[in-house]
Design a protein around this ligand. Sequence first.
Ligand code: 4AD
Ligand code: MG
Length: 465
Amino acid sequence: MKRTKVVDALQCTDFGKEINVRGWVRSHRSSKAVDFIALNDGSTIKNIQIVVDPTAFDAEVLKSITTGSCLNVDGVLVESQGKGQTVEVTGKHIEVYGLCPSDYPMQKKGQSFEYMRKYAHMRLRTNTFGAVFRIRHNMAIAIHKYFHDHGFFYFHTPLITASDAEGAGDMFQVTTLNLNELTRDENGNIDYKDDFFGRKTSLTVSGQLEGELGATALGAIYTFGPTFRAENSNTPRHLAEFWMIEPEVAFIDKDELMDLEEDFIKYCVNWALTHCKDDLEFLNQMIDKSLIQTLESVVKERFVRLPYTEGINILEQAVANGRQFEFPVTGWGMDLSSEHERYLVEEHFKRPVIMTDYPAEIKAFYMKKNDDGKTMQGTDVLFPRIGEIIGGSVREEDYGKLVAEIKSRGMEESAYSWYLDTRKYGSCPHGGFGLGFERLILFVTGMQNIRDVIPFPRTPKNAEF
Ligand code: 4AD
Ligand code: MG
């Protein structure tokens, strides 16, 4: 018989119809008169209940069906008598695809997320991770749809690169050299001539620089791919391999860029509210009782637009009034940590903030400098529970100024020659931003740790699965 997905079976009102469902056992309750098996196939957070007459089945086989077992069930769709579901299946024939021995690591309900991370390859079968990864999929669809509908082209930037887009130096090197037999020049430096690309290469930290080449030709592009950062940040918000969405737009100014950031992220959150209802309701109940309310308020409220200098004043005022922070508020020029960002968003303004005009020193080389010579046209979006979710800016389009900035930072100008050509030939004002995909998923799911919103997290000392 043709298989019906659980998500479709639960919608069906064709009572009396023969049906085939397949999936993994979430629970199996037995009594003398009847067995109840809750079956889930991943298509929805909801299970379908299989009602079994134990006298009609081999007792040994029935007994062996435990949580985690995989079944192929032929039966009849009936209107449910029990509470909590409208439809169930009277089991007629059950084929066991795979039994599940008692050392199944996801057997018990209510295991901690930390425990489940040790079994990251198996945790996907739990309700929570099913919900998280269905939402993750839906967010990816929302992102493509938003940009496609707004005339952006999906642009593929390389993962292997010879330049450091953020200039922060925290890159993973890519090499085919034999690390046990490295050739060195007279100064003791490694000779990359014989390396695969004939030069030193790394995994990209951002597709932005190549994205700018796309935007200054196609007008508006976006990238959506993995990025890699070898920063040793063991926090609930950092991964060594994460996915980033980077739109880049020609002829956009700072206000338009902020409008785009706000409109885009609201669209994504709203998409979750309309397309992931069942999963969000589950997470609202299990993970964060204020989740749906928080999502709804973000969609409704206008984001605050806050110059960095004003933000620092607010933080200093808070400290003067006795507010304590783990990281000290050291005044103008400091880099904000996530607790500072969250103070502004969660306590002071009580809605998302787009922070602008950061000191040049704490931001990347490519940002456009303001006339004061001190600040840059950055446009980071700060979110409740997350802190920075988007990092963006208007780009410096003046060739001379950009070269001077690269030199003053001690960066290797020759590595950026192709990038500088965008400014040399027909330069145009432009800007863009990067959204950390997992930070968006953290926000939308209410999960606490970024390791729990990517199927196979990569963090310092952790690349097992
Ligand atoms: O602020 P970032 O470093 O900006 C850029 O990479 C720019 N090139 C983006 C652009 O303008 N096109 O990173 C952008 C976002 C951050 O706001 C954050 O959400 C996320 O990427 N992010 C990380 N997410 C998880 N783990 C990490 N280690 C992250 N580092 C940045
Ligand atoms: Mg940033």
